[in-house]
Ligand binder design. Structure first.
Ligand code: HEM
Length: 500
């Protein structure tokens, strides 16, 4: 009777909603296993707080300032915390730690080119381990070096374009050009030919625009609660280019598939990453078949081109704004050149002998690690004590490379500054242990050696041949941190130089 009367009352439903919401807030603030972990109030009661920051594309800066305010453990969602304590890195990401990737990785919008998961998104550690063992050998530095001639071919095309700009005193947007370089490297190595961005001097097929549109959407869906994901289309107003982006993704998938298929029918001695993947498929079919070849090559576009471009952009941008570092780097390169230690096309082996170059590249990736989000993991069975707090099994924890790389306890009081000199001092080895730009443990970056080969070879090549000047040295670049960074407005003028 009483219930029927209550249900008939028009105020019942709003009142019930208010009571349920109040109950939810009380639970989250008082009884939840995460209660008491500091952080913004709204983050403790709803994932919309996290989503809002991801839409604003400033989650990296926001998490960093939250840690400065609240300490080493911050609640960024009702069931997720961000950690900044350097000691926690090894605990959370160690091979034997038992922590597993969360559904953040599988929520991404993906154009499936194989029924199996790729290496990045596979959440089952046992399945992942088998797959990673299959491909590991093609990512060793000695295997990558078998492709050095192919990397050089892309660099030559890139240099021709840079030279033309220098000759004609034409400015160029390094943010976009470095990305065209890394995309064409992936094309050359994983698909047997450059995609053609450098040659066409533009975003052919709108592929880069497609990545720009779809990757932030994927990030947004990744941080949503799973119950919210079916409503992800509601995010489209925030991703105006999303639908054309999906078309671009599909076109890129089809084009790259065509490249792989063409290669299958080809008799060639060419040694590259595609050849290595095809050989794995030959030896391990049906565990790893042609669809997997295409998928891992396709994933390299996203995992390998955007990230390496960010590292290169950070290097060029920070060197342009730090004249003493640029001068020191050029002096080191010039001296090696004069002593006959650098070939016309600088080899990786020659480049790693340049200590200041090494310091510059480390520092560029410290201040701007190419992955901008916390790498989220589930706490394993039994729970774990992290930063002195017990985190129950299944809870979500993560460390953002961007947050970790600015910890003064590791990198010093001047951690905010771009200072390659820090890598020449006595603390270098200790700092290196906490560099997190390639992740850590069983899920750390598979393509690290390829990325390093690109960075170490290209940067001295550029600075030996050109003075790189920002058109407006007072203007900061524009950075948006989402799944990948989007940097723009690195307009430079190149001036040719000769080392005597
Ligand atoms: C400077 C350049 C690069 C950076 C900073 C970088 C960073 C990372 C990070 C942080 C992870 C771990 C992600 C996580 O735990 O959630 C990762 C994984 C991965 N990266 Fe990279 N990456 C770079 C270049 C590359 C390149 C060139 C490739 C390949 C062509 C590549 C392929 C991969 C793959 C396949 C994984 C997944 C590994 C696994 O889970 O087994 N990356 N990368």
């Amino acid at each position: 009777m009483l219930l029927a009367a209550a249900l008939a009352n028009p105020l019942f439903y709003p009142a019930a909603l208010v009571v349920a919401a109040a109950g939810w807030v009380v639970y989250q603030r008082v009884f939840s296993p995460y209660a008491g972990i500091p952080g913004p109030f709204w983050a403790s009661v709803t994932r919309f707080w996290y989503l809002r920051r991801v839409i604003a594309e400033d989650i990296h800066r926001c998490t960093k300032s939250l840690h400065q305010r609240y300490g080493p453990i911050v609640r960024i969602a009702p069931d997720e915390v961000s950690i900044s304590d350097p000691a926690a890195m090894k605990q959370i990401y160690a091979v034997t730690g038992g922590f597993t990737k969360t559904d953040f990785y599988t929520a991404q919008t993906r154009i499936s080119v194989s029924p199996r998961n790729d290496l990045v998104t596979e959440r089952d550690e046992a399945v992942h381990a088998v797959r990673r063992r299959l491909v590991n050998r093609m990512f060793t530095m000695s295997s990558i070096m078998e492709s050095e001639a192919h990397i050089n071919r892309v660099t030559e095309a890139f240099f021709q374009a840079l030279s033309e700009h220098a000759t004609n005193s034409k400015t160029l947007d390094m943010a976009q050009w470095l990305r065209m370089y890394t995309m064409d490297i992936i094309g050359e190595l994983f698909f047997g030919r450059m995609f053609g961005f450098i040659q066409e001097r533009k975003d052919i097929g709108g592929y880069m625009a497609a990545i720009d549109a779809v990757a932030p959407h994927g990030m947004r869906v990744g941080v949503m609660s799973s119950w919210m994901r079916p409503f992800q289309m509601l995010l489209i107003p925030f991703s105006s280019q999303f639908l054309p982006g999906i078309r671009g993704f599909k076109a890129l998938a089809a084009e790259s598939k065509r490249y792989v298929e063409e290669r299958v029918g080809m008799k060639t001695e060419r040694r590259d990453m595609l050849g290595a993947l095809l050989q794995i498929a030959e030896e391990h079919n049906p565990e790893f078949d042609l669809r997997d070849v295409h998928m891992e090559a396709y994933v390299a576009i996203f995992a390998g081109a955007e990230t390496t471009a960010t590292a290169l952009r950070s290097t060029v941008y920070h060197l342009s704004r730090t004249p003493h570092a640029r001068a020191k780097l050029q002096a080191e390169i010039d001296s090696a050149h004069r002593r006959g230690k650098l070939s016309p096309m600088i080899t990786y082996g020659e480049a790693v002998e340049l200590p200041y170059l090494d310091a510059v590249l480390k520092e560029a990736m410290r201040v701007q690690p190419p992955i901008a989000f916390t790498l989220p993991r589930h706490v394993p069975a039994g729970g774990r004590t992290i930063c002195g707090r017990f985190s129950p099994a299944g809870s979500r924890v993560g460390i953002s490379p961007y947050v970790l790389h600015y910890q003064k306890s590791v990198f010093g009081e001047d951690a905010e500054d771009f200072s390659p000199e820090r890598w020449l001092g006595p603390d270098a080895a200790r700092m290196d242990r906490y560099m997190f730009q390639f992740g850590y443990g069983s899920r750390s970056c598979l393509g690290k050696n390829l990325a390093l080969a690109e960075l170490y070879k290209l940067v001295p090549q550029i600075y030996r041949a050109f003075d790189v000047r920002l058109v407006d040295p007072t203007k900061e670049w524009k950075e948006q941190g989402s799944f990948f960074w989007k940097h723009s407005e690195i307009e430079v003028l190149l001036v040719k130089r000769e080392v005597q």
